[in-house]
Structure formats: structure tokens, C-alpha cells
Design a binder for this molecule. Structure first.
Ligand SMILES: Cc1cc2nc3c(=O)[nH]c(=O)nc-3n(C[C@H](O)[C@H](O)[C@H](O)COP(=O)(O)OP(=O)(O)OC[C@H]3O[C@@H](n4cnc5c(N)ncnc54)[C@H](O)[C@@H]3O)c2cc1C
Length: 406
């Protein structure tokens, strides 16, 4: 597997792990950002979770993503309103906004050093048609009381210290956004959970969950864990352990490149839509420009593809698109390339299930899980304590009308 910038620059001691115990208060399966946040909330509720992961912390999407923590949904707000209806779209956006703020709170409260910079996100419009859509999106967001600004090209340029490409017509600015070091975030959340009593076992793969005498038995490749409750947060791999999610959550390989360091030129995250599936990026605190997206260039090569390698088509498109956004970066040397496993659902929202008492699972964040992780983790910890999925997660229920499968 190609190493991501986040793993290559982690500079942290490994998080301690223990041999797999045969019993636990509650088990969290998956040490991505969602599992890590869930474990932290469980410890805050006085429980001692056992976190297991097939590999280790941030081995999945969370350690291979763009590091953008932005309120909002996988889809543009206008598209989301058309798909879910106005009131659900508003509810979902509010959840993402609360989630983005809650993650910032967790980072600050637990003093997680993850290069968090809250400078917003600049969604650059390419051509006049995209600027018109950006304007309508900003109007809809503002109309519903959410922070958003429409910037003309001159104002957008003021946020960027190198020239914007000729095709950039303006931008939609999301103030409720920031960038961070995704690897250090996950390590920091897990380290905080461990400080508060969580235990971790690495290199443990969950195969199956069975119930007996009101208890859950988690069958792993290292033995069976007997527990009263478990949260499965394995995202793109959900279908491997819960057959009911196999048809609903599709693994999609996302790709990223990272340039050699350059002088600081942008403090906020940025995005654009050269392809229908979109592009996103940030300049890291050490100067590299991290840029991902362009999946639509090779749709049949990324849907259902395991992460690991990158494809020349997508990587070439990323380099071209980066040069079109910022012409002085055209042809810049690339330090690193990698891919990660996103988990898509038919309507771009995650799915939460409670298949048997005590067992909860969530996955399918559709390439936009960062703003949801902290709040979803808090609600999942609540679910473990109450035995039911809290109403705040109702938009993610599997029987929602927008998730029809033929
Ligand atoms: C290239 C890319 C760019 C992205 N950019 C952004 C972005 O900038 N902003 C944003 O909001 N979102 C982004 N995302 C999406 C975001 O990273 C995910 O939504 C989020 O990380 C999902 O977190 P998770 O904890 O649910 O899953 P993951 O991080 O995928 O974690 C799942 C974990 O489960 C483990 N696991 C799997 N199967 C098993 C098993 N059977 N037993 C035990 N462990 C198992 C894996 O090893 C893994 O560690 C991006 C994703 C990718 C791939």
C-alpha cells in the first residue's frame, strides 16, 4: 500500500496494544476517525471500550484522506435539498455543522496536536455557470441560517498568494471549515481514549458477530470476544462483516497526490469541480500541496476497487487540474501519491443499523466523514448505553426512502 502523507509524517510513538482479551465491556471495531471518536465518547461515559482494528490506527480512509474538516454534505446543498427534501437537508446540514464544531471542541479539550487550522474552505468556481450555481447555493445556505459567502474572483484571489487560473470565476467560501493532519487526529483521539481507560488490540480482523444468551460473540481471526455491546465502524469494509450492508455500501478508491513543499500561499482548504466527482486540497503546514479527486476520469477503475495502487489516468488528471487552478504549480514535482477506500451509498449518506440488541454499525460516509465523526461517535456511545439509536441519527436509518436498492 502506498504511504499517505499522513502516515509518512505521523512522527508519533505507536499506540500501545494488548493481546486480544476474551471479554470486554464494549467493543469498537475499526480504528478510523469514527471508531476513535466513538471510543473516546464511551470512555467519557465511564465505560472501558476495547478497540480492535485489522491493521492499526487510521489504516482506512481516515489515514488517506484530504484532511478537510468542513461542515456540509457530500453533495452540494441544492442537490441535497432536491434529493432529501428541504427539511431533511436542513437537518443534515445542521448535524454536519454541529459535528464539525464538536470535533474542534474534542481536539481542543483533549489537546490533540493535529495542525488544526480553522481558516474555512474555498470552493473555487470554474467558469460562469459554476459561479451561478455557487451563488444559488450560498443563497440557499444563508436562507437556512448556515454560514456561506459568495466571493468574486478578485476577493477569492485575496485569499491565495499565487495567481488563480484564468478559468476561476469566483468561489463559494465555507467559513465553518478547517484543515488538519488526519493521521495525528486519529492517533490523538485514540490516545485520549486510552488515557481515559480504553484498551486497543491491533491486527485483529472481525469475521462475524453471533448472539447467544443475550451476549454478543465477536468472532475474529485471533479468537472470540464475549461482550454486551459493540460498535462496528469499518466503513468501506462494512459488507464483509454485516451482509445486510454489502449491497448498500460500495468501496470506491479515491486518489490523492502531494507535491514537494512550496512557500505558503493558502491557509484555507480548497476545492473545485473539474470533474463531476470533484477535487479538494490543502497546503500542509510543512508546505506540501495535497490534492485529491478526479475520480470521474476513470469511473470503472475506481468503483469497487481496493485501495493500494494509484492509476496514471487519475493522477495525470490531478496534476493537470492543479495546474489549471494555480498555474505556477503546473509541472511541480510530486512527493507522494496514494489512494484510500471511500464508502459510497446510493444517496451519499451513511447508514446506521442495530441488527441485534447491543450491536450497532455505521458506514458509508461517501467521501465526507470528517464533519460527522465526532457527533456520530457521541450518538453511538449513547446508543450503547440506551440500547437504541438516538433520533439524531434517524436520517441515517437503512429504511430511509432515498436509499432504495433495486
Ligand atoms: C482519498 C480520500 C479523501 C478523502 N477526503 C476527505 C476529506 O478531505 N474530508 C472528509 O470529510 N472526508 C474525506 N474522505 C472521507 C473520510 O476519510 C471518511 O469518511 C472517514 O475517514 C471514514 O472514517 P471511518 O472511521 O468510518 O472509516 P475508516 O477510516 O475507513 O476506518 C475503518 C477501519 O476499519 C478497519 N477494518 C476494516 N475491516 C475490519 C475488520 N473486519 N475487522 C477489524 N477492523 C477492520 C480498517 O483497517 C480501518 O482502520 C476521504 C476519503 C478518501 C479515501
Amino acid at each position: 500500500m502506498l504511504r499517505s502523507h499522513w502516515h509518512a509524517t505521523l512522527h508519533q510513538a505507536p499506540l500501545p496494544g494488548i493481546d486480544l482479551p476474551s471479554t470486554a465491556d464494549v467493543v469498537v471495531v475499526g480504528a478510523g476517525v469514527v471508531g476513535a471518536a466513538t471510543a473516546l465518547w464511551l470512555t467519557r461515559a465511564g465505560l472501558q471500550p476495547l478497540v480492535i482494528d485489522r491493521h492499526g490506527p487510521a489504516a482506512g480512509a481516515s489515514g488517506h484522506n484530504g484532511g478537510i474538516l468542513a461542515a456540509g454534505l457530500a453533495e452540494n446543498y441544492l442537490a441535497a435539498t432536491a434529493r432529501y427534501g428541504a427539511s431533511t437537508a436542513r437537518e443534515l446540514y445542521a448535524l454536519s455543522l454541529a459535528g464539525q464544531r464538536l470535533m474542534v471542541d474534542l481536539i481542543q479539550q483533549e489537546q490533540i496536536e493535529c495542525d488544526l487550522r480553522l481558516h474555512g474552505n474555498l470552493n473555487l468556481a470554474i467558469g460562469e455557470a459554476q459561479l451561478t450555481i455557487a451563488g444559488a447555493t450560498v443563497a440557499a445556505l444563508q436562507g437556512d441560517g448556515f454560514p456561506a459567502q459568495l466571493l468574486d474572483r478578485t476577493t477569492a484571489q485575496e485569499l491565495v498568494a499565487i495567481p488563480l487560473g484564468a478559468a476561476v470565476s469566483g468561489a463559494r467560501f465555507n467559513p465553518a471549515a478547517g484543515t488538519l493532519h488526519s493521521g495525528r487526529l486519529v492517533y490523538g483521539l485514540l490516545a485520549a481514549a486510552q488515557r481515559h481507560g480504553a484498551l486497543c488490540s491491533w491486527g485483529v480482523t472481525l469475521r462475524q458477530v453471533i448472539t447467544a444468551n443475550g451476549r454478543l460473540h465477536l468472532i475474529t481471526d485471533r479468537g472470540t470476544i464475549d461482550t454486551a455491546a459493540a460498535v462496528i465502524a469499518v466503513n468501506a469494509w462494512s459488507g464483509d462483516v454485516l451482509p445486510e450492508l454489502a449491497r448498500r455500501i460500495t468501496m470506491v478508491r479515491g486518489q490523492v497526490l502531494c507535491t514537494v513543499p512550496v512557500e505558503p500561499f493558502i491557509a484555507c482548504g480548497f476545492g473545485a469541480s473539474f470533474t463531476p466527482t470533484g477535487e479538494y486540497g490543502q497546503q500542509t503546514v510543512t508546505g506540501q500541496v495535497l490534492f485529491g479527486g478526479c475520480r470521474a476520469i476513470a469511473p470503472n477503475h475506481d468503483v469497487g476497487v481496493q485501495p493500494g495502487e494509484v492509476s496514471p489516468e487519475v493522477q495525470g488528471a490531478l496534476e493537470t487540474s492543479l495546474g489549471r487552478l494555480f498555474p505556477t504549480l503546473a509541472g511541480i514535482n510530486i512527493e507522494r501519491r496514494w489512494s484510500g477506500a471511500m464508502a459510497f451509498t446510493a444517496d451519499y449518506l451513511p447508514i446506521v443499523v442495530n441488527p441485534v440488541p447491543g450491536l450497532f454499525a455505521i458506514g458509508g460516509f461517501s467521501g465526507h466523514g470528517m464533519p460527522f465523526a465526532a457527533i456520530v461517535g457521541r450518538h453511538l456511545a449513547e446508543a450503547v448505553q440506551t440500547g437504541t439509536i438516538p433520533s439524531a441519527l434517524a436520517p441515517f436509518r437503512i429504511d430511509r426512502p432515498t436509499l432504495a436498492v433495486e
